[in-house]
Design a protein around this ligand. Structure first.
Ligand code: GRF
Length: 294
């Protein structure tokens, strides 16, 4: 029984003993205070019994929760008991405590275009207590994604080619900002080896076709859908994948498909594929990050 409690509380043996001591001392102290308190506040033998009973119950039920925090300080177990109290307050009074920033996985979105995917991702994680879009990175000054960052109050940076490819300044910046994952949402530059090494299997890209077909250098935007149409494909879709040192090449995490009709133009296909991206990209990012980050 003790070992299952230790596992449940995620504590070692010493901490477990100190926690039990906290409970024992708190129990005795609360019982003693509940007997003394009527006298301390001036209740006498003539005070109706029901008043004394209510007072003792208040001390036993609510006083206990406060006393345990004080006693836990003596045994060096305050963090454990504060978490325990927070759980009680959350479940009884529905009080919400702010999540520690350090527990939140911080994500940077790299994008060069309009940023419709970036917007979907931001919307999806807006109230998440586990994942936060903490930075937008763009290689173009005048682009939709930077307006989104400004509107959404998300820090953004514009990167320049020589620094991105030849120096490690941006890696340091990402690390200082505690970025744990990078999402490429329409980012056209190849990711340099230095960043790949700093973020192994932590960079996710979306491609608007079913890789390995219709990917690689120069395959972006409408060109992808024109190539799909020209090849007479009956289906196309999206590929969400990890980024490696080749264009559109890393491990596939997810694919979704649409049917191409004979009268579909490349623009039509692009529209349907973009809808598919919006529908799936945020949730695939979420499940990959939560799975990987445990
Ligand atoms: C998307 O089609 C994505 O697949 C590709 O770039 C495009 C970005 O579109 N990598 P948006 O800027 O998110 O609207």
């Amino acid at each position: 029984m003790f070992s299952s409690l230790k596992t449940k509380w995620k504590v070692n043996t010493t901490q477990f003993i100190l926690i039990l001591c906290t409970f024992a001392v708190t129990g005795s102290l609360t019982a003693w205070i509940s007997r003394q308190i009527p006298g301390w506040i001036g209740f006498t033998d003539t005070t109706p019994f029901v008043y004394k009973l209510i007072l003792r119950l208040i001390v036993l039920i609510f006083g206990y929760q406060v006393i345990i925090l004080g006693v836990s300080l003596l045994f060096g177990q305050f963090p454990f008991f504060w978490n325990y109290e927070k759980k009680i307050l959350k479940s009884i009074f529905k009080i919400k405590f702010p999540q520690k920033e350090t527990n939140i996985v911080q994500v940077a979105i790299f994008a060069s275009g309009g940023g419709s995917n970036a917007q979907q991702i931001i919307n999806y994680f807006r109230h998440s207590s586990q994942i936060k879009i903490a930075l937008i990175v763009s290689n173009k000054l005048d682009t939709g994604v930077l307006s989104i960052a400004q509107r959404e109050n998300i820090p953004s940076i514009v990167i320049d080619k020589p620094t991105f490819f030849e120096k490690s300044d941006y890696i340091e910046l990402l690390q200082t900002k505690k970025i744990a994952f990078i999402v490429l949402a329409g980012f056209l530059w190849k990711i340099p080896t230095s960043i790949l090494q700093a973020y192994p299997e932590k960079i996710i890209n979306i491609h608007p076709a079913l890789l390995p077909k219709f990917g690689g250098k120069g395959m972006y935007g409408i060109k992808v859908h024109e190539a799909v149409k020209l090849a007479g494909e009956k289906t196309t879709g999206i590929t969400i994948h990890l980024v490696d040192d080749q264009y559109d090449h890393g491990k596939t995490l997810f694919q979704a498909f649409i049917t191409i009709h004979s009268d579909d133009s490349p623009e039509n296909i692009a529209k349907k594929v973009l809808e598919l991206e919006h529908q799936h990209f945020p949730s695939v990012i979420e499940s990959y990050i939560l799975k990987t980050n445990t």
